[in-house]
Design a protein around this ligand. Structure first.
Ligand code: GAR
Length: 202
């Protein structure tokens, strides 16, 4: 299954997907990395893994960007789009074209703490736990149907750095898992509910 990863930053979730594929835990190929930040470390990781990199230039409007992105995804014949720290909202026509075929990972238990700096938001709210969500993307900001969530406790003395490390460790397990379910055709979207079919050994 051909996937595109969209990332703006460090690319640790891209790396987790690459490693899950290499380890045989994920039946997919990262066919392209799309980024809006050519200097992002995600680009280094993609090049190291011989994954083509496409730059989505900044400075145009969302509709123009959407048309460019759609052309890229079609050119690479992408079955699933994985947002992994991609910090730009996508045009509605791209989201609609990839309805049920575009996932995002977010470092909180959505609908808590959507948007930017979710880990900082959780610490500031002094809640006892936060978590990780993998969800299908809809037109809202971090509002799409939830595929998978896991809680992460906030420990006494946690800093943004220490909590980020534990959240990332969970993200790196959850994202490949959700993508593998998609690859196995086990995910169905009924309105806003995601159903996960049991594993079969057929
Ligand atoms: C991840 O923690 C991801 O959940 C978050 O950005 C980070 C990217 O890390 N995404 C969002 O906050 C989206 N709203 P990475 O570049 O190391 O994969």
């Amino acid at each position: 299954m051909r996937i595109a990863v969209l990332a703006s930053g460090h690319g640790s979730n891209l790396q987790a997907l690459i490693e899950a594929i290499a380890a045989g835990r994920l039946a997919a190929t990262v066919s392209v990395l799309v980024t809006d930040r050519p200097e992002a470390h995600a680009v280094v990781r993609a090049r190291r893994a011989a994954i083509p990199v496409e730059i989505l230039p900044a400075g145009h409007d969302r509709v123009h960007d959407g048309a460019l992105l759609m052309a890229m995804l079609q050119r690479y014949d992408i079955a699933l789009v994985c947002l992994a720290g991609f910090m730009r909202m996508l045009a509605g026509n791209v989201v609609a074209a990839y309805h049920g075929r575009m996932m995002n990972i977010h470092p909180a238990l959505l609908p808590q703490f959507p948007g930017l700096h979710a880990i900082r938001q959780a610490l500031a709210a002094a809640v006892p736990e936060t978590g990780v969500t993998v969800h299908f993307v809809d037109e809202g900001m971090d509002t799409g149907p939830v595929i998978l969530q896991q809680r992460v406790p906030i420990l006494p003395g946690d800093t943004e750095a220490s909590l980020t490390d534990r959240i990332h460790a969970v993200e790196h397990r959850l994202y490949p898992q959700a993508v593998q379910w998609f690859a196995e055709h086990r995910l169905t979207l009924e309105d806003r509910t995601v159903r996960i079919a049991p594993h079969t050994t057929a």
